[in-house]
Design a protein around this ligand. Structure first.
Ligand code: ADP
Length: 463
């Protein structure tokens, strides 16, 4: 029996960062747009269980850490950690943002959000399984923005572990502050979470499979960051987790290190070994290329069908919310261009922040990557020991590194470890993306007494 299709200009599979910026842009241009998402709300995993809720807890941790630094400097008295109330604050922020998004949606009558899971029927037809049955859409253009999900490795007892979902979703599974936490995985999610809970007073043991925490990131940046983290975190490297078992209300994690069997116990275990793309059903059947990291696209974000785009985590290029937002707009522009590429994504120059306490952030080419490619760089340095704001905050660890191409002195990349890292990467990132040079940075009057002063000083350090 054939089903009646509704016709729309654009349908997005997902309503997260890869989808909704395009949906609003295209609705503004007068197109009819349908977003689909089983969550029934906008913002995807970022707001549901990612960036926003985790950073809400982080900022509470930041207050605690700075209050400790000021304990002997006029802010005497023990700070009480009330985890259930912190969680309530996190839930409230999520609620506030969902309400804001609902209001934004009401401004566009030609833009609808449908609660349901979408699958491809053919290159122009998408079926959406809603609570009231299936709806079919004939779509002139489709943006696949189905994101990514937590990867849980097939080790015995993996189901006994919590994931970032259990910590950060609205009304999370974890509601009580654990005394001891084991974190499996030393990537940015594992390390950030370890850092927040360490600030709250939890004793954290972090197990990392390989020899480097934050593997793949610049070793110089990582080596600067790690000694600055809260001493409540114990890091165990080269630990191969084999199984997890229940022990009363707690957990025991068995791992192998070198030849030896080892074990560690915690009240809870966080599994944070990575994320994997979520590919909508029917995608492969259309002949759309799917690689190890997700749907294969170039900088125009088009698949082998010029009218089908893949934006955000689902293409695995730069799985970060702000990267998804930019990609979403690129897809929108190319749809407005009649599925001809007139806007391209710069996958390389996207800022990345590790929101530990303190944080670290980087963009573009680092000294180590340059060395690996046989490219010489000139390094500008600035140490937060000499920074007025860092001194005021009693947080003098870390600094800024800027990597310039010899000759042109064009800024190729850089990193920050320490105060304000996630803010400072904005200015450095724009400079990298727009091809500014050490002369440009050195000639700009960065504001005093703010940490951005260090950017100009790092640039001037090479002259
Ligand atoms: P991104 O930032 O790349 O957009 P997110 O993971 O934040 O990624 O958001 C992707 C959203 O897509 C999630 O909210 C998820 O529920 C939704 N999603 C995943 N699979 C489907 C599907 N088949 N149909 C509709 N929505 C989907």
């Amino acid at each position: 029996m054939s089903m009646q299709s509704e016709t729309v200009d654009v349908l997005t599979i997902g309503a997260g960062g890869g989808a909704y910026p395009a949906a609003f842009r295209l609705a503004k241009a007068g197109l009819s747009v349908v977003m689909t998402d089983p969550k029934g709300v906008m913002s995807g995993n970022c707001l549901y269980e990612g960036c926003v809720p985790s950073k809400t807890l982080r900022e509470t941790g930041e207050v605690l850490e700075s209050q400790r630094r000021f304990a002997d400097l006029g802010l005497a008295g023990k700070v009480q950690v009330d985890y259930p109330r912190m969680v309530a604050h996190k839930d409230a922020i999520q609620g506030r943002r969902y309400a804001q998004h609902a209001q934004e949606l009401r401004n566009y009558p030609n833009l609808q959000l449908i609660s349901g899971n979408a699958r491809f029927i053919d290159p122009h037809t998408v079926a959406v399984a809603t609570g009231e049955g299936e709806r079919r859409f004939h779509c002139r253009h489709i943006i696949v923005a189905s994101g990514a999900d937590v990867f849980v490795p097939p080790i015995p007892g993996a189901e006994l572990c919590l994931t970032s979902h259990d910590l950060y979703k609205p009304d999370p599974t974890l509601k009580i502050l654990p005394g001891r936490m084991v974190v499996i995985g030393g990537g940015y999610i594992g390390l950030e979470t370890a850092s927040f809970f360490a600030a709250f007073g939890t004793r954290v043991v972090l197990l990392q499979k390989g020899p480097q925490i934050l593997s793949g990131m610049d070793p110089g940046m990582v080596a600067t960051l790690l000694p600055l983290l809260n001493s409540n975190i114990e890091m165990i490297l080269n630990a191969d987790v084999e199984r997890v078992e229940a022990m009363g209300s707690g957990r025991r994690v068995h791992y192998r290190q070198g030849g030896a069997e080892q074990q560690v116990e915690g009240d809870v275990v966080l599994m944070a070994v990575g994320r994997h793309p979520v590919i909508p059903a029917g995608t492969a059947e259309l002949g759309i290329d799917i690689g190890k990291h997700g749907i294969v696209v170039g900088p125009s974000l088009q698949t082998r069908f010029p009218h089908i785009y893949a934006a955000g985590d689902v293409n695995g290029q730069v799985p970060l919310f702000h990267a998804a937002v930019r990609q979403s707009l690129v897809a929108a522009h190319n749809i407005l261009g009649g599925d001809r590429a007139l806007d391209y994504t710069d996958f390389r120059n996207v800022p990345t922040t590790i929101f530990t306490l303190p944080g670290a952030a980087y963009i573009g080419m680092t000294a180590t990557q340059a060395a690996a490619q046989g490219v010489e760089v000139i390094t500008g340095t600035y140490d937060f020991r000499e920074d007025s704001r860092a001194q005021i905050l009693e947080a003098m660890g870390g600094g800024i590194r800027l990597f310039f191409a010899p000759g042109s002195l064009r800024l190729l990349g850089g990193w920050i470890v320490g105060i304000d890292a996630g803010h400072l990467i904005g200015e450095i990132g724009l400079a990298v993306a727009k091809g500014l040079t050490a002369y440009d940075l050195a000639a700009f009057a960065d504001q005093h007494p703010m940490s951005a002063e260090g950017i100009g000083k790092a640039a001037r350090s090479i002259f």
